[in-house]
Design a protein around this ligand. Structure first.
Ligand code: ADP
Length: 405
């Protein structure tokens, strides 16, 4: 089945056309600056890159151009006819409390998605605009919503609830939802297949998705039982520009001391903190590490805060699961940064974690699964490249096939 995977942002869309039979990527592309002068599309088919600059006033115009480019022989001719696209899978931010897995979008699902816009005011409107544009551009082709939070709906209440009055949870659905669900699902699934094929234990895994945004998940018997991001992606470890965990009273103090509104403080905590705010250098860990190595104190502090807090999450999740069989590293940092992986894993020997420093330093841009522990490490440490688009394509295929039955 050819599935078009869509990740729609407010001014950008990323897409992949995936043949689920052999899980190959037929075409992959991105559209930028929708509604902004300078909009453009780039698409790769068969290793060749094609680009076009054209003003795109809205998502409808963007999707029309994308479909033209997917069929055009001048753009690689990914499909001969648009009817070859059998289903569309959309990355959607938030399940709210309405969904527990992927669903085909109908009028009722769309109504519930709209009701949940307040849970992700930056992403949900764009996700819905992407779905609407596809319904218009490809009438009759099923659209499936694959949620970023769905993998975490298995968390027990004791892990997902905040200790606020219960009636406020009931009224406003305030709780930890967690994010990066498709990534945690994908890499934990790969780790389970890999470990079980070798007869190794796989019931207690901590997956670390470390990128611009980072989250850590405790995966027990294949299910998410705790995760570091919260009601929004702000909670958890420090990230490129996000503070991660912080005493909520600071919000009120900042409002008063910096004369900010609560919503300005939330933007500040999301956009001006983390690596960027602490180091004053950059939100990109590569630049911060480079400065740290030159002796820049604030850059070193930003990196040390990151590795320290990821380490604490791993330790606390080992405690939550009553043990640890495997740690998985993924995302831009997890897959590529030997120094940050080392900073995180050093000192976890008491849990049975022993890093092979030489192998660790060498693993970058892995094409498959790499083990980076020593031969006498009780815990396996796996570097696994994530593939969120593939999870979305698989889920979309499964939902569409289930509907046919
Ligand atoms: P996003 O969360 O936006 O998808 P990524 O997963 O691409 O982001 O992660 C971005 C982070 O990964 C940045 O901090 C960047 O420095 C780091 N990173 C990406 N590639 C490399 C690399 N080759 N070596 C070291 N760090 C890298």
């Amino acid at each position: 089945m050819k599935v078009l995977v869509i990740n729609a942002g407010s001014s950008s869309v990323k897409y992949q056309l995936i043949q689920t039979d052999d899980e190959s990527v037929v075409a992959k592309g991105g559209i930028e600056r929708i509604g902004i002068p300078g909009s453009n599309l780039s698409q790769t088919v068969g290793g060749k890159k094609y680009e076009i600059a054209k003003y795109l006033p809205d998502h409808n115009a963007a999707f029309e151009l994308m479909l033209d480019c997917l069929t055009s022989p001048d753009f690689g001719g990914a499909v001969k006819d648009i009817s070859e696209i059998e289903a569309i899978g959309h990355r959607v931010l938030h399940t709210g409390t309405d969904f527990h897995g992927s669903v085909e979008v109908d009028a009722e699902v769309e109504r519930l998605l709209r009701e949940n816009i307040h849970l992700g005011p930056l992403h949900m409107p764009a996700n819905i605009a992407g779905i609407d544009a596809c319904i218009k551009a490809l009438p009759g082709v099923p659209n499936v919503a694959v949620f970023d939070t769905a993998f975490h709906t298995t968390m027990p209440d004791k892990a997902s609830m905040y200790a606020i009055p219960y009636e406020d949870y009931e009224k406003f659905k305030i709780k930890k939802y967690g994010f990066h669900g498709t990534s945690h699902k994908y890499v934990s699934g790969c780790a389970i297949d890999y470990l079980s094929s070798k007869g190794l234990p796989w019931g207690k895994i901590v997956t670390c998705h470390l990128g611009n945004g980072s989250s850590i998940t405790a995966v027990k018997d294949g299910k998410s039982v705790d995760t570091s991001m919260g009601m929004t992606p702000l909670e958890g470890v420090p990230m490129g520009t996000r503070s991660g965990d912080i005493d909520a009273s600071v919000v009120e103090m900042l409002c008063s001391w910096k004369d900010m509104t609560p919503s300005e403080v939330v933007t500040y905590l999301n956009k001006q903190c983390g690596f960027l705010g602490v180091s004053g250098v950059s939100s990109d860990s590569r630049n911060v590490l480079e400065e740290a190595e030159k002796g820049n104190y604030r850059a070193r502090l930003a990196m040390d805060m990151f590795t320290y807090r990821v380490k604490k999450y791993i330790g606390s999740y080992a405690a939550a699961m009553g043990g640890l069989d495997c740690i998985v590293m993924t995302g831009g940092i997890g897959e590529n940064s030997g120094p940050l992986r080392k900073g995180i894993l050093d000192g976890l020997e008491f849990l049975g974690v022993k890093l092979d420093e030489k192998v660790n330093a060498e693993v970058r841009q892995p094409k498959g699964i790499f083990e980076i522990q020593t031969s006498d490490s009780r815990v396996r440490i796996l570097v696994i490249p994530t593939n969120e688009e593939l999870v979305i394509a698989r889920e979309t295929r499964d939902v569409v096939n289930a509907m046919k039955r």
